[in-house]
Design a protein around this ligand. Structure first.
Ligand code: SF4
Length: 343
């Protein structure tokens, strides 16, 4: 009997899953922009296979551990910037009011976070960039936390000067969060008070100073699928240690208050696509996962490329109880990353 071999497809035209297998899975190299767009536009029937492959990529290049983080807002609301998705902007008529947290409350929040088994505690402030008062608050807060709790301390304080970057390194901030938020080409549609480049400049200084870089964004702001793919590869070009993925949870009073929440299938396709673009990066479920995906979606995401979560509440919206997420991780046999593994 003569065996007829299927003709080998010319390079670049092999089925998408095969190409991802041979590049991303085998070599740990991120998918290019055209490939990411293909994932984002793939039909619903392929979604289970895409998520399964994204999970394989995560297991191969990141392992089974899940990094758990708590966040606390040291200064909430009243931000002078106009990011259209953000209820902490002082420019919109949103119900979030300006508020400061004192040192004792910061330490208490860090303790509670550590009790969940989390290894990361991120101090966040709604500001364009820190002033002297905020830097002093963070300096004193980090000192007090390090005396009382065994946990990594990260910070998210907006755009920085070189002197501020150096000071954060000195006080022991090990990771800095600053999100690019969305694709460079779409950014001016949702922020007018500063540029994507200004955010990029802070991230470059942070990386050059030796802090770990945490940089992600929000999906569902009205960006096109092409722009979502553009964003994924722009993040990959930065080479961040962690990418938090948020899904827009439209907040009352903000210019995006009436945007329709992302379709859960699009959200899951995006999770797989970002995992393929960033095979070795910590990919964290951040805000909006509950409203976009529901409880089942959290499971799908963790089995589709995500390997980090934020437990408890977000900055201005409520999350699931931490115990629900920890029970889910136990159910999925995914160990919480130990502190010693992150130092
Ligand atoms: S996203 Fe950050 S910079 Fe923009 S308005 Fe909100 S707190 Fe301010």
């Amino acid at each position: 009997m003569v065996r007829v071999m299927a003709p080998k497809p010319p390079p670049g035209t092999a089925p998408l899953l095969d190409r991802i297998r041979s590049t991303v899975l085998e070599s740990g190299t991120g998918l290019d922009e055209a490939g990411v767009l293909e994932v984002l536009t793939s039909p619903d029937e392929t979604l289970p296979d895409l998520l399964g492959l994204a999970h394989e990529v995560r297991m191969r290049w990141c392992g089974p551990e899940v990094e758990v983080e708590g966040i606390v807002s040291v200064k909430t609301g009243g931000c002078p910037e106009d990011c259209h998705f953000c209820s902490q902007s002082g420019r919109f008529d949103s119900p979030v009011r300006a508020m400061w947290l004192d040192i004792a409350a910061l330490v208490e929040a860090a303790k509670q976070t550590a009790e969940t088994g989390a290894t990361e505690f991120c101090i966040v402030a709604a500001v364009r960039g820190p002033d002297e008062r905020l830097m002093a608050q963070v300096r004193d807060g980090v000192t007090a936390i390090k005396e009382a709790v065994d946990i990594n301390v990260a910070a998210s304080l907006g755009m920085l000067t070189q002197a501020q970057v150096d000071e954060l390194v000195e006080i022991g901030i090990h990771r800095y969060n600053h999100n690019l938020e969305t694709a460079r080409s779409f950014f001016p549609s949702v922020v007018s008070t500063h540029s994507w480049q200004e955010r990029w400049d802070t991230l470059r200084m942070v990386r050059d100073a030796g802090m770990e870089v945490c940089c992600g964004g929000i999906l569902g702001l009205g960006e096109s699928l092409e722009q979502r793919a553009e964003f994924a590869v722009q993040l990959a070009a930065l080479g961040p240690d962690e990418v938090p993925l948020n899904f827009l949870n439209p907040r009352p009073g903000t210019p995006l208050h009436d945007r329709v929440v992302l379709d859960p299938r699009d959200a899951l396709r995006a999770i797989a696509a970002f995992r393929f673009a960033l095979p070795r990066t910590i990919l964290r479920f951040a805000g909006g996962r509950e409203i976009t995906l529901g409880d089942l979606g959290t499971r799908d995401g963790l089995l589709g490329g995500v390997n980090a979560i934020i437990v408890g509440n977000y900055l201005t919206t409520l999350g699931r109880p931490a115990s629900d997420d920890l029970a889910l991780l136990a159910d999925l046999a995914m160990p919480v990353k130990a502190l010693s593994a992150t130092l």
